[in-house]
Structure formats: structure tokens, C-alpha cells
Design a protein. Structure first.
Length: 506
């Protein structure tokens, strides 16, 4: 049973979740969390405080021991708004790497929203007609609108509870003017997306993270009901009460706790303004979130069942089609190349030995191989690589985008040499794998050189000293495609150590 770990380094707290994949479902075996306030000084001075960094590294070292105890095969470590905004983020990531060996992935607000959405819909049976998902962290607030489980829009607003508390509420209890200024700022930020989200008419509002958890617990105690749903009127009432309390009074409220008490006023005001301005009747708290999305994404690379993998594949396909369409790519051509590449990947598996993950990355490269021409045909391979490696692509990590970009970069006459920039940007393990994927994409492109779907079927035969490709083709035949395949023989021999022969079947 494979075991995975997800570490979320937020502006307010650091969280760990370890899960095992059992019968195509993730089962949690260990969780840990500690408030470190890593982003507390970032929102005032732009830098991470050394003390907060030291505490966070100490907590991460504890997490590292737990990961070893539970034998997690894969560990994904991401950081959000605090490191996105910090000028000294690189010093912190180097410190963490030295202490744990982990490489931190600093994700964008959009990728954060995508993973939160994936975590919620993968782990619940909520109706998915039209949902607005709200995640309020320490530094930012992600608003995700989805239809039938597919993301339509994501907005990341600078409305995190720690950020707002440090910027607007220096006194305890907050002064009336401070609350008014905070309210005005929240209204201004929400106003940028208000019309768009109001017109969406979300049928279900789901909230994740610590602030809605505390508010749901407060409302359950207030209403004397066992519920995780908070109505708008009740939320406004709770927010007003919290704004009048001192720190000590807030600490004593059920569901808040000592550390949450410091930032709950700002967090409650964000939720109150969101529900009021968007005219939303209520929100439902969900304990799922970013870490669950990270685990679901990781599990999709291992699990071949239609569940999690199908959802991630659907997200990726939507991303690829949108990206290819935006840059004017020929989708019919790209899909035919992808079909050939998939056949080659399967037929040559014993020869190339690429991990299963590369099947999807190669398929993505097929879909995006031509987008650089939108910028300029001269240097289009470089442009393609840059667009893929440096732009947002839902469902793909930074490493995966760099691999996809590197595969597309070398489908022309140049070779992926160890000293090449796109190759040096990859982890060491991937540097030897990308050239093999490049060969497969080159062959797939050769099979579609005429752009007419001439090759209708392909058979692959791996022999001791050579590989034979047998083509079924439409009339008048595949002469052009055979010529293109023959041009790849030298590079095929260089990479795989076998001769390449291609024939058209009778």
C-alpha cells in the first residue's frame, strides 16, 4: 500500500497529513499541525522573521521524522502566500532543504485554489452543480467557482487573517475606526470580483481552513445545534460579538482557542462581508483542503482506477485544450500526434523504461508542441519552452511543466545536451529521461508529417538489434511519413542503442 505525505507551509500555520492508498481511496494515518506565524512580518516589512523561520524549520524537522516513521514514498512540500511575498524566501527554502532534504514548491494563488478544490471534491460527496469554495488562510483568500466538479474561475485576494490583523488591528480589543478601515479594505477587494461571483449564482458555498472551523463551532454552540453550516445572519451576529471582545474573552469562546483568538476578528469580517456582498445565504464548513488536494494529486500518479486519476486527467485536459487554443495550435493535428505518441510509449515500454508519469507528460507535450509559433516562428521551440515552463498550468507542478517544456524544446534539429539550460533546470533523475521522451515525440510528429491523418494504425516490434515500425496508411500512402521516420534513425540509435526501421504494411 503506497503512503504519501503532504506538507503545507502557510502564513499562519504549518500542517502535515500522511495518507495510505487503500482500495483506490486515501486513508489518513497521521496528521500534525502547529501555528508558527511565518508570514506575520512579511505583510509589514516584506521579509520572514528569523525567529518564525527557526520555529517553522523545527516543526518541519518533526514532520520529517514522522514521514520516515510512516514510510511515505512521496512527500510534497508546498508554501503559499508568505513565501510568495517574502523577499528572503530563498534563504528559508535553503534552510529547510539543509535540515530535511525537502525542496519547497512555492505555488501560486491559482494553483493553491486548484489543489484546495481537488481536495474537497475528491474527499466528499457534496452536490457539485455550482459551488463556490472559500479558503481563508493567513495571507490570502482563495475563491473558487466550479460547475459539475470542474473549475470555472479562481480568484486569489490578499485577505488572509494574519495579513489583515497585522495591517489593520493593532489594538485589543480593536478600535471602532480600525474595524471601519478594515471593513472598507475588505469591501474594496471583494468589489473587484463581486459582479462576476454574484452573477454565477452558486448553489452551495463551502468554506475550508481554521477560520470557518472556528466560526462553525461558535455557531453550533450559539444555536445549540450539531451543525457545520453557518447562516449569513448568524455570521454577522458572531462577527459583531467578536469585534467587541478582548483577546482573553475570545480565547474563552468554544472553538476558537488561544492562537486563533489573535486573528479571528479579521477572518470573521472577511466571511461576513463575502456572504453579505455576494448575497450568499450560508456557508458549510469542510475540514478538507490544500493537503487533501496535494495527496489526491500524488495518488493520481499511482492509482490506475477511474476515480481520482480520472478527475485529475479531466483537469489536465481542460488546461491543455485552453492553452493550445489560446496560442492558436491545431488541435486536430495535436491530438493525432498524441495518439501516435501514446502508441509508441506503450509499444516501446520495454526499451525506454520511462515511468508511468511520463506517459501523461509526453501527451501534454504533444498538445502544446506548436504554441511558440504564436509568438514568432523564428525561435518557436524556445518560445514554446518558455511559455510552458513559466506559465500557470492547472494540474501540473513546476517540475512537470519544465519536463513538458524540455520535451517540446528539442523536437527540431537541436539535441537535449546535459549543458542545455532546459535540461540543467530539471532534477537529476529527469535529465536522463527527457531525451527518451524527446525521441518518442519526434517519431510521433514524423507519423503525422503530412497533417492529414495518413497513418491510421501502428504496430511496434522490438527486436534484439532493431525496432520495426509497421504502418497502415490511407492512399496514396505514407511515403512522406516514412521519409520523416528515416530522418530520426540516427538519434534513435544514439538514445536507445538500436536501429530503427519503418515500413508500410501491404
Amino acid at each position: 500500500m503506497p503512503t504519501f505525505a503532504a506538507v503545507d507551509i502557510g502564513a499562519n500555520s504549518v500542517r502535515l497529513k500522511i495518507s495510505t492508498l487503500v482500495n483506490h481511496r486515501l486513508s489518513v494515518v497521521h496528521e500534525d499541525r502547529e501555528v508558527t506565524r511565518l508570514g506575520e512580518t512579511v505583510f509589514r516589512s516584506g521579509v520572514l522573521d528569523p525567529g518564525a523561520m527557526a520555529l517553522t524549520v523545527k516543526v518541519l524537522s518533526r514532520f520529517h521524522k514522522a514521514v520516515q516513521v510512516y514510510g511515505a514514498e512521496t512527500v510534497r512540500v508546498v508554501a503559499t502566500s508568505a513565501l510568495r511575498d517574502a523577499n528572503n524566501a530563498s534563504a528559508f527554502t535553503a534552510w529547510v532543504h539543509a535540515a530535511t532534504g525537502w525542496k519547497i514548491e512555492i505555488i501560486t494563488g491559482l494553483e493553491e485554489g486548484r489543489l484546495i478544490h481537488l481536495g474537497v471534491i475528491s474527499g466528499t460527496r457534496l452536490p457539485l452543480d455550482r459551488m463556490l469554495l472559500i479558503d481563508l488562510g493567513g495571507g490570502s483568500c482563495e475563491l473558487i467557482l466550479s460547475l459539475h466538479g470542474q473549475i470555472e474561475r479562481i480568484h486569489s485576494l490578499p485577505l488572509g487573517a494574519v495579513r489583515l490583523t497585522r495591517s489593520f488591528l493593532p489594538h485589543d480589543p480593536p478600535k471602532k475606526r480600525e474595524l471601519q478601515q478594515l471593513k472598507a479594505y475588505i469591501e474594496e477587494e471583494i468589489g473587484r470580483v463581486q459582479d462576476e461571483l454574484s452573477s454565477a449564482r452558486a448553489q452551495m458555498i463551502v468554506a475550508t481552513s481554521g477560520t470557518p472551523a472556528a466560526l462553525a463551532a461558535m455557531w453550533a454552540a450559539e444555536s445549540k445545534k450539531r451543525t457545520n453550516t453557518v447562516p449569513r445572519d448568524g455570521l454577522v451576529k458572531l462577527t459583531t460579538q467578536l469585534g467587541k471582545m478582548s483577546m482573553e474573552q475570545r480565547k474563552a469562546v468554544k472553538g476558537i482557542g488561544p492562537r486563533r483568538a489573535e486573528i479571528i476578528v479579521a477572518g470573521a469580517m472577511v466571511f461576513s462581508e463575502l456572504l453579505s456582498r455576494l448575497r450568499l445565504p450560508e456557508f458549510r464548513y469542510s475540514p478538507l483542503g490544500l493537503r487533501d488536494g496535494m495527496l489526491a494529486q500524488t495518488a493520481s500518479e499511482y492509482d490506475t482506477s477511474p476515480g481520482i486519476r480520472k478527475r485529475v486527467a479531466s483537469e489536465r485536459e481542460t488546461t491543455l485544450v485552453k492553452k493550445a487554443t489560446h496560442y492558436g495550435a491545431d488541435l486536430r493535428y495535436a491530438r493525432r500526434v498524441r495518439e501516435h505518441a501514446t502508441e509508441l510509449f506503450a509499444g516501446l515500454q520495454s526499451l525506454h523504461g520511462l515511468p508511468e508519469e511520463y506517459r501523461d507528460l509526453l501527451a501534454a507535450a504533444c498538445m502544446l508542441q506548436e504554441i511558440g509559433s504564436f509568438v514568432n516562428r523564428a525561435g518557436r521551440r524556445r518560445h514554446t519552452y518558455y511559455i510552458i515552463a513559466h506559465s500557470e498550468m492547472f494540474g501540473y507542478t513546476v517540475r512537470q511543466r519544465r519536463i513538458i517544456g524540455a520535451i517540446t524544446r528539442y523536437v527540431g534539429n537541436s539535441r537535449p545536451l546535459p549543458v542545455s539550460g532546459p535540461i540543467r533546470a530539471l532534477p537529476m533523475a529527469d535529465r536522463a529521461l527527457v531525451p527518451k521522451a524527446v525521441v518518442l515525440l519526434r517519431l510521433a510528429r514524423a507519423l503525422e508529417l503530412g497533417r492529414r491523418g495518413t497513418v491510421t494504425a501502428l504496430r511496434v516490434r522490438v527486436e534484439t538489434r532493431r525496432v520495426v515500425l509497421l504502418l497502415n496508411a490511407k492512399r496514396p500512402g505514407a511515403d512522406l511519413e516514412l521519409w520523416a521516420l528515416n530522418r530520426e534513425r540516427a538519434y534513435f540509435l544514439e538514445v536507445f542503442g538500436r536501429a530503427l526501421a519503418a515500413f508500410e504494411s501491404d
